[in-house]
Design a binder for this molecule. Sequence first.
Ligand code: HEC
Length: 147
Amino acid sequence: MKRVMLVVGALLLGAGAVVAQQDVVKEAQTLMKGNGKNAGALGAMVKGDKPYEQATVDAALGQLDDTARKLPSLFPESTKGMKPEGDFSASPKIWEDKAGFEARIVSFAKAVTEAKAKAKDVDSLKVSLGAIGKECGGCHETFRLKI
Ligand code: HEC
């Protein structure tokens, strides 16, 4: 009986770990969706669809900064091969080329930090958003897969 309990306990613990890993996968996706939304909000101002608003710029760059800080822990080894619901997943290259992925995070974080210092009007935002966009695309090209 004790043995059965131990086995059940181990199974439950295992199930808990899977749930936790799915949470991490989900968190990564949620943050990336936030990236998309905020890049879109900045893009609307650059295109002139929306008036320039410093508070919106600061909030959007703040979220991107938050994502940049979290990115190093968003794709732990334990989530390798797991896919979120939706159109995109992490490429196995994230774990195969850890140094390359980390370098991408560093340069993304740098572009966001520079934008926070420089984006003060439509013209400066345009330059900053261009630099950030290159980082989004640069990472996705290698490290994101279309499901
Ligand atoms: C260091 C790498 C990296 C950077 C930088 C990065 N992304 Fe991603 N992004 C990923 C990976 C990996 C995925 C797929 C896995 C996931 O969604 O968690 C992804 C997924 C996405 C998705 C799809 C989410 C969905 O609906 O499933 C969007 C949208 C997105 N990123 C937007 C952006 C934008 C906008 C930026 C720049 C502001 C950005 N990302 C910067 C790695 C990155």
